[in-house]
Design a protein around this ligand. Structure first.
Ligand SMILES: [Zn+2]
Length: 227
């Protein structure tokens, strides 16, 4: 038997077994309906180092994400800076950003949260994916795919089969912090633990990575409040 006590969720729609570790350190096995216990135990054994690393991962959120509330006068975090959201009395077709201020047509105010989130997610796609490719090349690693998700308690994650998951909210952090999370997850493709060798790999790419770590420690929860 596995030393972990996983919660097992069966689904008709799954083709493969996936593992996740929740913030409360609950290991969850997502398996196709009908998967035998023996198969699950074999996977848990094969992935035991990955599971142990996830259970000890330092990039967990200090608090669960809050529901974003955006209203005129709100500040929106984007690439580490805050920008005022204002409403325009004239019709504005969508959310507009001029590099300093966000403007939203007053009629769209009820949809403000969704519009801001959609805009930030689009920016996250445009900024994060090319950087992952660039750092992956620099580190000489290959990954299966990149996904930007609404990760509940993490900025980034690397799955047992080399898929890289990033929280779209990362686009709200300064550029150097985005780079740090990207390099951190990519470095795990070389070294799964947080040994001195791991931090050495990170430092070669980003000599000032400690600053990014400190920034996250001090400001990580703040980003959540503003969605
Ligand atoms: Zn890590």
């Amino acid at each position: 038997m596995s030393p972990f006590a996983p919660e097992i969720k069966f689904s008709n729609r799954r083709r493969t077994i996936g593992l996740t570790v929740e913030r409360d350190r609950q290991l969850v096995v997502h398996a196709p309906t009908g998967t035998s216990n023996e198969t699950i135990q074999t996977i848990l054994h094969q992935k035991r180092h990955w599971i142990q690393e996830k259970l000890a991962h330092p990039q967990k959120y200090p608090v669960a994400p809050a529901t974003p509330t955006v209203r005129p006068g709100s500040s929106i975090y984007f690439l580490g800076r805050t920008h005022l959201l204002q409403t325009a009395p004239v019709p504005v077709a969508s959310l507009h950003f001029d590099g300093h201020t966000f403007t939203l047509g007053a009629a769209l105010l009820p949809k403000a949260n969704a519009l801001v989130q959609t805009w930030l997610r689009q920016q996250a796609q445009a900024v994060i994916k090319p950087r992952v490719e660039r750092f992956a090349k620099s580190l000489g690693v290959t990954y299966q795919r990149i996904q930007l998700l609404d990760l509940k308690y993490r900025w980034g994650s690397c799955t047992a089969n080399a898929a890289l998951l990033f929280n779209w909210r990362l686009i709200q952090a300064p550029s150097t912090v985005i780079n740090y999370i990207i390099v951190h997850e990519l470095a795990h493709l070389l070294i799964p633990d947080h040994s001195p060798a791991f931090w050495n790999v990170v430092a070669v790419q980003l000599p000032l990575y400690e600053r990014a770590k400190n920034w996250l420690r001090e400001n990580g929860a703040l980003l959540e409040e503003l969605g």
